[in-house]
Ligand binder design. Sequence first.
Ligand SMILES: Nc1nc2c(ncn2[C@@H]2O[C@H](COP(=O)(O)OP(=O)(O)OP(=O)(O)O)[C@@H](O)[C@H]2O)c(=O)[nH]1
Ligand SMILES: [Mg+2]
Length: 224
Amino acid sequence: MPKRIPVVEKILSANDRLAQENRARIDAAGVFSVNFMASPGAGKTSLIEQTVKALIGKVRIGMINGDIATSLDADRAAAAGATAVQINTGGDCHLDAVMVQSALGQLDLAQLDLLIVENVGNLVCPADFALGTHKNILVASIPEGDDKPHKYPGMYRNVDALVINKIDLLPYVPFRMDFFRQGVEILNPGLATFLLSCRTGEGLQPWLDWLVSNVSGASVSGAN
Ligand SMILES: Nc1nc2c(ncn2[C@@H]2O[C@H](COP(=O)(O)OP(=O)(O)OP(=O)(O)O)[C@@H](O)[C@H]2O)c(=O)[nH]1
Ligand SMILES: [Mg+2]
């Protein structure tokens, strides 16, 4: 009697499959893509504005802005010089791959070097939904408090880079940088971290250098 051998394979969720399709589409165009996640008001759109202004004329940037309502963020990104598409989730607290898929249909990827997706402001749900972007970026900010990595481990564990924004407020807000960074280090050792202020511009250059080095890598690999 033949023995049955169990075969176990990871069954991808419908969202993961669509995220893979999004990635294939983005890769085929040689575009580097990032997913900005953060709590509401941490400074995602402010960082996008500063990034677009600094790289205008050098890097062609497309935006997908996710919000529950309004096109305020896409308007800000477009005013800064990006090609922007707004997604209104109508109540959902995160973007998913199908929303990004439909937004990709409205962007000419061949005309872009960098695609920035701004997720809905939320430190929980966005971490669970792959979109197909290359890197997940978490924007933390000083007034949120130094306990956030300790309280929202899922988000801090799953990101590829961390921006700590609003460092101009350090003199005014109690924030134990050591305690904060200790929490990050436990969850995500050696995480690429950028301390900056979108308000004063302090610390922006290392962030821009990191981003541009990834964009160059994407266009090189896209040419293969
Ligand atoms: N002091 C200070 N304020 C900042 C800085 N960056 C952003 N802000 C302010 O923080 C507020 C929120 O900034 P946004 O860029 O709209 O934040 P967001 O993460 O895009 O917000 P949502 O999309 O609503 O989740 C605005 O009033 C900004 O002017 C900074 O570096 N320092
Ligand atoms: Mg925003």
